[in-house]
Design a protein around this ligand. Structure first.
Ligand SMILES: [Fe+2]
Length: 191
């Protein structure tokens, strides 16, 4: 794809410039050569550098950023997305996967407490699952958590926490599964 078209498409979905533009171009090159979770692992340090850059944070995650979810970039060829989560209020999500997509959560402001879960079919109570926390950690500014296709995690953050999420595709267009650790029930969200 020509660089001109790439830039034109990027501009169409938002303000892509400076370090964000460079990140999108580098992520495109990596993911074009190495699709899937392997490429995502190589994108992670670039994303950590992006959310550690004061000018990027000031523009997209600073005090004046509008609260909400903002699509910063969608790759016209590969479909990966870069989204800024500017959170006004705190939230604890249920355990969930990202279906057939990987995801990277990179902290810009505040922190996010992550839990990764082990979810296995409960042979005593089909179709329920045994949903157990496997590991917990805090993602601080300039750090990222990465989740391969099908991996289950949950997020817990306070008001003012701001992070950038990069996903392999538009998650609104694929099936994902949410789990209830108390009951073992799962809920599939379809596009
Ligand atoms: Fe997630």
């Amino acid at each position: 794809m020509s660089e001109l078209r790439q830039v034109a498409d990027a501009v169409a979905v938002g303000t892509v410039g400076g370090k964000l533009k460079k990140f999108c171009e580098e992520a495109h090159a990596i993911l074009a050569a190495s699709p899937g979770s392997e490429g995502a692992r190589r994108v992670k340090p670039l994303l950590e550098a992006l959310v550690a850059a004061p000018d990027f944070v000031a523009e997209h995650c600073g005090p004046d950023a509008k609260p909400g979810l903002h699509l910063l970039y969608e790759d016209p060829d590969l479909g990966f997305q870069v989204l800024a989560h500017v959170n006004d209020k705190g939230r604890v999500s249920p355990p969930h996967n990202h279906g057939a997509s990987w995801a990277i959560y990179a902290q810009a402001v505040g922190y996010t407490d992550m839990t990764e879960w082990a979810c296995t079919p409960d042979p005593a109570n089909p179709p329920r699952y045994e949903v157990k926390p496997a590991t917990k950690y805090r993602v601080n500014p300039g750090e990222a958590g990465i989740y391969a296709d099908g991996a289950v995690h949950s997020i817990d953050y306070q008001g003012g926490s701001r992070f950038v999420r990069v996903t392999g595709t538009n998650l609104d267009k694929i099936e994902r599964t949410f789990f209830n650790p108390a009951t073992g029930e799962s809920r599939v969200v379809t596009p």
